[in-house]
Design a protein around this ligand. Sequence first.
Ligand SMILES: C[S@@+](CC[C@H](N)C(=O)[O-])C[C@H]1O[C@@H](n2cnc3c(N)ncnc32)[C@H](O)[C@@H]1O
Length: 302
Amino acid sequence: MKPQVIERRNGNPVAPDGHHARPNGRWADDKLSFLDRYLVPALRIATPHFRHRVYVDLFAGPGVFFDERLREFFPGGALRVLDASGASARLRDRQFTHAVLVNLDRDDHDALSARIDALDADGRLTIPRANIQLVHDDANAVVQRLGRLLPASPYVFAFVDPEKPEQWPWQSCVALRRAVPKALDLYLLYPGMMALNRCISYQGHPNERALSAYFGCEEWRAIADARRTKAESPEMRQELEALYERQLATLGLAYVRRPRRICRTGACELYTMFFASRKPVAYKLAEWEMETVSSQLGLFAG
Ligand SMILES: C[S@@+](CC[C@H](N)C(=O)[O-])C[C@H]1O[C@@H](n2cnc3c(N)ncnc32)[C@H](O)[C@@H]1O
C-alpha cells in the first residue's frame, strides 16, 4: 500500500526505514536496471579471473529514491548491488567482494551508512561489512586516491552518476583510469539534454570553461560553431556524444555503448548513460543487455 502522508526532513521524504530518500522520478529505475541486468553475467565472467571485484559508486546518494508523483520509494544503485534480498540476489555466489561508496553530502553519507549497517545487522549484505568503505568526500578528490582504497589487481565496475557536468570534469575520468589501469567497466551519466546542450549558445561561448573542463579538450567548440539553426541541434548533440566517446577511447576504454537514453515522464530526454570498457567481451554483454531490454524501455513513461 502506498503511504498517504509522507514525513519530510529538511524537505526530503523520509522512507519507512526512518532515513531520508532522494526525490527522483521513477525513470531513474530505467538507468539503474542496467546494473541489475549487466552485472549478473559480467560477474559470472569476472569471478574466475579476479579474486577481487569492486563496486565503486562515486555519487552514491542516500540509497533510496522517492517518486513524488507515484508516491513510491525505490532502491538506488548501492542497495541494488549490496542488498542480498534485492535484485542482487540473482548474483548469488558471483558477487562483488568489495565496495567503495562516496558521498559529498553529509546527510546522504549518514543515511547510506545507516542503511548498510541495517542490512549487515539483518544478515542481508552481499559483501562483508568490513569490505565496504563509505567515504564522505568529493568524488573528484576520492578518484585521486582511489588506487589506495582498492585491493590488489581488481575488476572494478565504476558507477558515475553526477547531477551536473561540473561535478565530473574530464580530469576525474583520467584519474579514475589511472587508479584502475586494467579491468575497468564504467557506467556513466552524460548530462546531454539536461545540461550540456543548454550550455551551448549560438553566439559566443559564455560557458567555454565549463565545456572544456567537461570534455577535456577544445573540440566541442568546432562542433558547436557548426550548428547554425535549431534544426541542426540534433546533429550537434550526436557529435558531442561521439566526441565524449572518442575521449573515452583515449583512455583505452575503446568499447563504448550507450545503453540508456533516460526520459522524463512523457517524451522529454534528460541524459544518456554511457558504458565503456577496454574488453570486447564487456561490449558484447552490454550489447546483449541493450537488445534484450528494449521491451522494457518506456515502461516508466506516461
Ligand atoms: C543522482 S544522485 C546519485 C544516486 C545514486 N547513484 C543512486 O543510484 O542512488 C547524485 C548524488 O551525488 C552527490 N554528489 C554531488 N556532488 C558530489 C561530489 N562532488 N562528490 C560526491 N558526491 C556528490 C549528491 O549529493 C547526490 O546524493
